[in-house]
Ligand binder design. Structure first.
Ligand SMILES: Cc1ncc(COP(=O)(O)O)c(C=O)c1O
Length: 384
């Protein structure tokens, strides 16, 4: 098993940061890469035409390895909403009249689907978990599979639920989408990097991931796998960088009609992002060295005492197959108020998020046993 890697981060050593799902701390290697690239900007004459593209290609290669696709199937974008709109604009309803999302999907995904449904005169079906069951995962997954039928044009779902950590069975959902001919779009922001992802095995048509959480990257970059269904898609914008002749700076006005093959047509303009791209490359290389399976296992072992503690005091934690261990959000016993507990935790330098009535505890490779011990102590002290 991996050991704690806190020494590779510049995270304040005095805090217990259990909030990677909010924003990841930067790796030292990523920070160094950013500083070096900033300094490099002093001398623009050092930048050759290929430099506008090669750094991006490195990042596309690394992400491809992480999610099992080729670099040409990866697009670089500025936000997940940009990613969802890029693909949804190319989803034709044909004669199907339904789109499917889950209850409390992250707003960028929800609003994109709401707009698609309106523009295509379709119903947006919102699938909720069974409110009467204590464990939500199994019945929720079952309801999602049942909701996807011959009338479904598109399904958009997060790989795990961003508020509760419930894991969605992407393989089964992807197979159902394929069976009925629905597009399958996944928001991987809260799991890719910390849990295995395989776009081929799960039959995903588009996977959109913000980099600043489990990819340990900087804010404002999103990496997306965009599959062959979108090979002839119309991108949101017409950047010169996405055309086949883009590397030939002296002939750019010989306007090329063809886009770069694959997902490249969906890259945001000014893709090079000279300062942040090398930062993201450093983070992805480190993640590939660790491996998402091992990060998941690390989180599972690390928060085991906290999960047992929650069960002991009468709270609820999602179980086994339906739990993403790096992002758990136990429901607390009724005598604990989430808002005041969160405040008390911050007084003790424990940082995490309150999401609805759940306390969201997200752990990564920089967390130590001590972080969870302090969390348990503070919760215990509030039980009265
Ligand atoms: C599931 C999920 N998707 C997307 C995002 C970020 O979206 P955007 O890039 O549109 O700001 C978040 C941020 O918390 C998230 O949790």
């Amino acid at each position: 098993m991996l050991s704690c890697q806190k020494e590779l981060f510049n995270l304040n050593p005095d805090v217990h940061y259990l909030n990677n799902a909010y924003r990841a701390p930067l790796l030292k290697s990523s920070e160094d890469a950013g500083i070096q690239s900033l300094i490099k900007q002093r001398n623009p004459f050092d930048f050759k035409p290929d430099d506008f593209f090669d750094g991006v290609l490195e990042v596309r290669k690394c992400f491809g390895k992480l999610v099992n696709c080729s670099p040409s199937e990866v697009a670089v974008m500025p936000s997940t909403s940009y990613g969802f709109t890029s693909v949804l604009n190319n989803v034709k309803a044909e004669n199907k009249k339904k789109a499917v999302v889950v209850k409390e999907e992250f707003p960028s995904g929800y609003f994109s689907m709401e707009r698609w449904a309106k523009e295509n005169d379709a119903e947006l079906q919102i699938v909720a978990p069974d409110s009467s069951s204590i464990q939500k995962g199994e019945s929720w997954n079952q309801r999602i599979i049942e909701a996807i039928d011959e009338n479904t044009a598109v399904v958009l779902i997060s790989s795990i639920h961003w508020m509760t950590g419930v894991k969605f069975k992407l393989k089964e959902i992807g197979e159902k989408c394929q069976k009925v001919g629905a597009y399958f779009i996944v928001d991987g922001t809260q799991s890719v990097g910390a849990m295995p992802m395989d776009v081929r095995e799960y039959k995903i048509d588009a996977l959109v991931c913000a980099a600043y959480k489990w990819l340990l990257g900087p804010y404002s970059i999103v990496l997306s796998y965009i599959g062959e269904k979108f090979a002839d898609g119309i991108p949101l914008e017409e950047s010169w960088m996405n055309r086949v002749n883009a590397r030939n700076f002296s002939a750019l006005s010989d306007y090329a009609t063809d886009y770069e093959p694959g997902a490249g047509r969906f890259n945001v303009g000014e893709t090079s992002n000279f300062i942040m791209m090398p930062m993201l490359k450093a983070s992805l290389e480190q993640l590939l060295e660790w491996g998402p399976e091992r990060i998941q296992e690390y989180a599972k072992q690390l928060n085991l005492p906290f999960r047992s503690f929650i069960n002991k005091i009468g709270g609820v934690v999602e179980e086994g197959d339906f739990l993403a261990y790096h992002l758990i959000a136990p429901k607390l016993p009724d005598n604990l108020d989430v808002a005041s507990l969160k405040q008390k935790l911050e007084e003790n330098k424990v940082y995490l998020s309150a999401r609805g009535e759940n306390l969201r505890v997200s752990t990564n490779i920089f967390n130590k046993k001590k972080d969870l011990e302090v969390l348990i102590q503070v919760v215990q002290s509030q039980l009265g």
